[in-house]
Design a binder for this molecule. Structure first.
Ligand code: SF4
Length: 616
């Protein structure tokens, strides 16, 4: 669909909605979604702004391929300053909401200010209004979506909303669309809650092909792309059959599965929470946890999991709303709720994940924070008197209770809702927070995979696997196999991954396509859809420009090279078992080279020459 060239600006303080033309000069420099949203945000806010104050802004933005027939072209991003981290936040979601926003004729929505009372934004093509949301405040995401669809008398309206976690400003609260697709990371839901904005409901009826620059070339390029996805073993078979959960046993066997708050790198119950376990029939009703796979808008991979719990499981007695099928465990969630906490009960994990979707919480940061709290409990720093429950590693009961409490803002859940960094600092053990720049690690150990260690330390939104997925080269050999324990060559390779990912995240496509596609597969799709020069060289320059723009915002927000680091555990406590036994992350060998290949000073600041080259 390329750009609609229309921006909706919503001032929540004044209650106004105004239309602006998209700044096309910026679109040509930053493409869309992550890049373009960041350009708008950094141009409009003070980097030192309190993320939860009315002065912070929040941008919902699509890419030029969102809403097109390109495979996976349904993505949108939420760009803001993150409360969990205090740095740039850009959370990407699939489902159907992004495409619907495009069909309604909008590239992006900029929210500014704060509403005096709860509201939601209704968009039906050009008809845009802020509506009272008093009746929705206190409701979950699932309830909110149902109420809005009924009141609009339109089952096809797409809703993106926060649950109670976002209202309560849980630091890792998410924005959820289509019931279980989330802009999950960095606490973007808390920013939405701080603005008294409960939801966006959108319905669009405009044609999908009107803005494609060269429709014939576009059809040819996306058809070739779909063929490549179908022919690739990962995107054509592995992801549709097993989802991202295919990684659980792989990472465990190689000794790269962070376990017990990163104390260990292998989990004895990994098999019980794996993709294979989700396929197995259980004794109670003869059914498997996995019901089917699912897809976001336009996706021909369909990696999504739809699951159904054991109806006899202790967590859902007398709770009929959890007995149906819903968005089931993806790898990162299964790891955080499972291995990080030592919990091997697949149904407890499925339940906790349902609740994270239902009330809008990032299961990665939530599970990792519970893992940190469990370690504090085992050390005697936390006691039952403080927490109200026993919570040793491995307790499915504690996981279930803490999920419910955090979602609803009760009991010790209020403390868990602060996130791991604030929790560990509060109890005098900051070194036990497994975070970078305040954001919790995902499911790969940075000691076992050196490149991932560097990727975490340098990620612009705090620890993240989706900013430079070095697992691809270190585990799968895509595009080439590198030794996980090697440090040589990892810095330039990571830079290439980070810049390429910035392009993909700005296009409207899903990053999972890159298991099969390299940038030369994506470039013809962008070139055919968009007016202008989208050569490979230009796209790589755009990716690098986006990365540096994010970095400059973070530097202005107050981070320094001292923040490009890892917790002491990863730098000093070697892996105890597995193929990488004895290894720590040798960040000091990689970081100086990384700064150098980035064209940054020894202090991690883009040099004047780099800024000029990138047009910053
Ligand atoms: S690959 Fe998975 S996450 Fe990506 S668009 Fe397809 S279904 Fe959604």
């Amino acid at each position: 669909m390329a750009w609609t060239k229309k921006v909706l600006r919503v001032n929540l303080t004044a209650g106004t909605c105004t239309v602006e033309p998209l700044k096309m000069e910026w679109a040509h420099q930053y493409l869309g979604q992550r890049g373009l949203g960041t350009k708008y945000l950094v141009s409009e806010i003070d980097p030192k702004v309190d993320p939860l104050s009315p002065q912070n802004k929040m941008i919902f933005i699509t890419g030029p391929l969102t809403g097109t027939m390109a495979s996976t072209g349904g993505r949108y991003s939420v760009v803001t300053k993150g409360p969990l981290t205090g740095v740039i936040a850009c959370s990407n979601s699939g489902g159907y909401f992004g495409a619907e926003l495009k069909f309604a004729g909008w590239d992006m929505i900029i929210f500014e200010g704060k509403s005096a009372k709860p509201v939601y934004l209704s968009i039906v093509d050009d008809v845009v209004e802020l509506r009272d949301a008093a009746h929705l405040w206190g409701k979950t995401v699932w309830e909110t979506e149902e109420i809005i669809k009924k009141s609009h008398q339109d089952p096809q309206v797409r809703v993106s909303s926060i649950g109670r976690a976002g209202e309560n400003q849980v630091m890792f609260s998410a924005i959820v669309n289509d019931l279980h697709r989330a802009a999950g990371r960095s606490g973007v839901g808390a920013v939405m809650g701080s603005k008294n904005l409960k939801a966006i409901a959108v319905r669009g009826t405009q044609t999908t092909s009107a803005n494609i620059a060269d429709p014939e070339a576009f059809f040819k390029a996306v058809t070739a792309g779909k063929k490549a996805l179908a022919a690739n073993p990962v995107t054509g078979q592995g992801l549709p059959t097993y989802g991202t959960q295919v990684l659980m046993n792989v990472m465990n066997e190689m000794g790269g599965l962070p376990t017990h708050n990163h104390r260990d790198v292998q989990f004895e119950n990994a098999k019980a929470i794996s993709a294979e376990a989700m396929h197995e029939k259980r004794a109670s009703d003869g059914k498997a946890n996995l019901v089917t796979n699912g897809a976001c808008f336009g996706c021909t991979i369909a990696c999504g999991r739809i699951s159904k719990m054991d109806p006899q499981h202790f967590s859902i007695k007398d709770k009929p709303q959890y007995k149906g099928a819903s968005g089931g465990l993806e790898y990162e969630a299964a790891w955080a709720l499972g291995a990080a906490c030592g919990v091997g009960d697949l149904d407890a994990l499925t339940y906790a994940n349902f609740v994270c979707n239902e009330d809008g919480m990032d299961p990665i940061s939530f599970g990792a924070t519970v893992g940190a709290a469990m370690e504090l409990y085992e050390l005697g720093v936390l006691t039952k008197a403080e927490t109200g429950i026993e919570m040793p590693f491995g307790s499915a009961e504690a996981l279930v209770k803490l999920t419910e409490w955090t979602a609803s803002g009760e009991g010790f859940g209020k403390v868990i809702g602060m996130g791991s960094k604030r929790l560990c600092a509060k109890y005098g053990k900051p070194e036990l927070s497994m975070t970078v720049k305040g954001q919790e690690f995902p499911a790969y150990d940075g000691r076992a995979l050196q490149g991932m260690g560097l990727a975490y330390a340098t990620s612009n939104r705090g620890a993240c696997h989706l900013r430079g997925y070095m697992v691809s080269t270190e585990v799968f050999g895509i595009p080439v196999k590198t030794e996980p324990t090697a440090t040589e060559g990892k810095a330039p390779m990571l830079k290439a991954f980070q810049d390429t990912t910035a392009v993909v995240d700005s296009s409207g496509l899903c990053v999972f396509t890159t298991f099969a596609w390299a940038l030369p597969d994506i470039q013809p799709q962008i070139q055919a859809a968009c007016e202008g020069d989208w050569s490979m060289d230009n796209l790589m320059l755009i990716g690098e420009r986006i990365w540096n723009l994010e970095r400059e915002f973070n530097l202005a927000a107050g981070i320094t090279c001292k923040d490009d680091t890892l917790p002491p555990r990863l730098l000093k406590e070697p892996c105890k078992t597995g193929g990488q036994k004895g290894k720590v992350c040798e960040l000091d060998k990689m970081l100086p080279e990384y700064y150098q290949v980035r064209g940054w000073s020894k202090e991690g600041v883009p040099t004047a020459e780099t800024r000029t080259r990138l047009g910053l």
